[in-house]
Design a protein around this ligand. Structure first.
Ligand code: NAD
Length: 330
């Protein structure tokens, strides 16, 4: 199949070229898929997209007109694809449902430890021969209450890691997992989780139900000074409300690997540009906010698995086989 990659980086090319087979020809575009770049998809059988590419109804109809029959996501999340519109347009959607839950769970932990123990500040201080400990006080994780929202693959991996720290774990999910309960993880209501946790980690998908799950009202009943960690999708948090909660001290620490308006920022070097997004600039200015640009997935193991599974998805489609990783919608 002729496959057009969008939002592709050098590392995508490196990992996909390793596992590619002679059934497929890959063309790598750095540009994201959107209404302006849709014309590039003419004569391709499939497009391979990532988290910030747009596959809304208009784009999917345009893809179908250009002869595209398959959208292969290089991600687990598919909130950027209108599944119903894809169905109507006769386009199949496949994704990589599980490439390395541990990669994202470990990144969530890295964010927590870095922000809590101020490792990013200590690193910079020592490089300038400043060996003072003033203002670097952290807190023990041992004995703290950790709230995990979403106990699917990543949330489960996160629970397993954080239990080693001697924390009490509260969980919220629309489906409860018996094996996690047996390990002592307690499922509670979202409200109880938010009001009792010292650290809240978000691992549920972005859906209409979870959009702005953290808003003015939810921040108000959070434990004062608690930490919120989001490695899931930016839209789970109302950024303006988070900024207000940080200003008032209600939100004590915020660590994010994802950001509501990330499509105009993340995965790019903008060091020579004026940043027009005032919210991200405000967030960066807080001493108690830590931001990474959607790198939770970014390990060698995960990149290998993303490439391998995507080629498997393309092979199955090409051979007319049932698609193991199809996103069918409701
Ligand atoms: P998963 O499908 O295995 O688990 C998601 C869990 O969320 C499920 O248990 C589901 O029941 C639960 N859930 C769904 N709706 C909910 C709701 N309204 N309230 C509470 N829980 C709800 O997915 P996963 O592989 O664990 O991934 C979770 C999310 O992590 C993805 O949707 C994606 O957005 C994000 N992600 C981020 C990165 C990154 O690089 N930062 C990488 C991969 C995935």
């Amino acid at each position: 199949m002729n496959v057009a990659f969008f939002s592709s980086k050098n590392y995508d090319k490196k990992y996909f070229e390793k596992v590619k087979n002679s059934n497929h020809s890959f063309t790598y575009f750095e540009t994201p898929l959107n209404k302006d770049t849709l014309k590039l998809t003419k004569d391709f059988d499939a497009v391979c997209i990532f988290v910030n590419d747009n596959a809304d109804e208009a784009i999917l109809n345009g893809l179908a007109e250009n002869g595209v029959k398959l959208v292969a996501l290089r991600s687990a999340g598919f909130n950027n694809v209108n599944i119903d519109a894809a169905k109507k347009a006769g386009i199949s959607i496949v994704r990589v449902p599980s490439y390395s839950p541990e990669a994202v769970a470990e990144h969530a932990l890295a964010l927590i430890l870095t922000l809590n123990r101020k490792i990013h500040k200590a690193y910079n201080r020592v490089r300038e021969n400043n060996f003072s400990l003033e203002n670097l006080t952290g807190f023990n994780l041992h004995g703290k209450v950790i709230g995990v929202v979403g106990t699917g693959q990543i949330g489960r991996a996160f629970c397993n890691i954080i239990s080693g720290f001697g924390c009490k774990i509260l969980a919220y999910d629309i489906y409860e997992q018996d094996d996690l309960k047996k390990k002592g993880i307690q499922y509670v209501s979202l409200k109880k989780l938010i009001s009792e946790s010292d650290i809240i980690a978000l691992h549920c998908p972005l859906t209409p139900e979870t959009h702005h799950m953290f808003n003015k009202e939810t921040f108000a009943f959070m434990k004062k000074g608690a930490m919120l960690v989001n490695t899931s999708r930016g839209g789970l948090i109302d950024t303006a409300a988070a900024i207000d909660a940080l200003k008032s001290g209600q939100l004590g620490h915020l660590a994010i690997d994802v950001y509501e308006q990330e499509e105009n920022l993340f995965f790019r070097d903008l060091s020579g540009s004026i940043i027009m997004d005032d919210m991200i600039v405000r967030l960066i200015a807080f001493h108690n906010v830590l931001i990474t640009s959607h790198q939770g997935f970014f390990t060698k193991e995960a990149l290998d698995e993303i490439a391998r599974t995507t080629v498997h998805n393309l092979d199955q489609f090409e051979n007319g086989e049932p698609l193991d990783n199809e996103v069918k919608g409701d």
